[in-house]
Design a protein around this ligand. Sequence first.
Ligand code: BES
Ligand code: MN
Ligand code: ZN
Length: 514
Amino acid sequence: MKYGTKKGNLAKMRTPCLVLGIYENGVLTDSARKIDGACNGSLKKILQRGDITGKPNQVMLLHDLPGIAATRVLLLGLGDPDTMDAARFIGIARSLGAQLNTLAARHALCCLLEVNCEGRNSNWKTLRLVEHIAAARYCYTDMKGVTTPATAGAKAKAEQKKTELEALDFFVPSKSEATQVAAAITAAKALVLGMNRAKDLANTPSNICTPTYLARHAQKLARKYPSVTTKVVSEEEMKRLGMGAFMSVTQGSDQPGKLIVITYKGGKAKTKPHVILGKGITFDSGGISLKPGAGMHEMIFDMCGAASVIGTITAIAEQRLPINVVGMVAAAENMPSGVASRPGDIVTTMSGQTVEILNTDAEGRLVLCDALTYASRFKPLTVIDIATLTGACVIALGNQASALYANDEELAADLIKAGEDTQDRVWRMPLWEEYQAQLNSAFADMANIGGREAGSITAACFLARYTKQYRWAHLDIAGTAYRGGGAKKGATGRPVTLLWEYMNQLCAKHDATH
Ligand code: BES
Ligand code: MN
Ligand code: ZN
């Protein structure tokens, strides 16, 4: 998809689809007013019939308005002009994306940058429009009508195009605005690339997307971007490092576990990195504490944290963001077998603390705790881990917000802000010392589960015992990273946008303070 800018006389601009906003109660945007003037008030007349009132997300498609060069006009309801905020603007961007998918038009011209949105400039509006139009266009088709040697040449590839649209232009009032919007488009395309990468990886089924597959993918990134290097820590090395918790998860699987370290150097050579660490359980059967069969297939998504790390690194490498980031992926498969770990097993973590595994299905924290200990070798400025960690998080927050835990106020505030700005939102949860007692074990330093109550919190409390040396945040994305069920299931790409925005804001802050 091509994105660009256009300026000029709107009525004379040839496009198969002109996108105009309509405020509630028939108030027109500047562009809509211009079009209405050129077509002798036809637009106002149509609005007066009352079929579209300008309520948020309403749509109406008009053909062949007299006096204008555009063949279609797509009207989008914007709601009340005085209360337009980020959430509503993004909702409108989403309905535009959905509408564009239904049209046969190959090009469109979008006049939504002129829509006032409290505290948001055209850079932000461009980012959100491109992000959500691209999201509406995304579909995972790698596994549909796959060409095999037997079907090659037989036109086996299924019809995979979701939409006819090939190019979208943003209408801008001036040359300087065009330059700004063009820069925003470039940034947005990097974000979309990372986002789609995350979705593709997360949607790839577990028989293909193994820890080895993730490692190969990370190595491919290093070949594509000179600023990226990849190192893969093997099981042998993990054993040498004393990663008894990580090893206890991967030992039941025939697929070798991998600790993948992707280093992105965009900042000054001597600046310490920020670390992002993703849970990469490529399939979570629960292990010997086997999950129930219904819905178990959703556990292909138990590597969404890992996918978001790889997606975010892809986006910032593509964008050449001036920052140093180490992306880590704790990749393993959680399977039952004759050599799998048992409930009651006690393992020694790389930190030296011992863990009694009371439930082998609480495996995410086991791979993460050793990876978090490993992370301290980078002397990180901050560490953020991202994990589909607990079903309890889905019960607490549903699929709107990711749970945020942090041992540092500034880091928490930065993530909350990036979440609000992108509407890839987080909600802070407590890490109070009082919850730690739920992890008490009779035999070891801690148990790997804390009972039924406050399950997302006790999982975070477990991780907190391994992150005392640095500023740390944990994102439980079990409810936000994917949609389960039926034919509409799939990864959402969250929280790539959040992490990407957070890193962009870090760079801006750094620029301002140094
Ligand atoms: N991957 C799951 C968490 C999960 C559940 C993610 C549902 C998305 C949807 C995790 O490994 C797990 O199984 N957690 C257990 C922990 C429990 C045994 C303490 C859970 O949430 O039930
Ligand atoms: Mn599990
Ligand atoms: Zn899991």
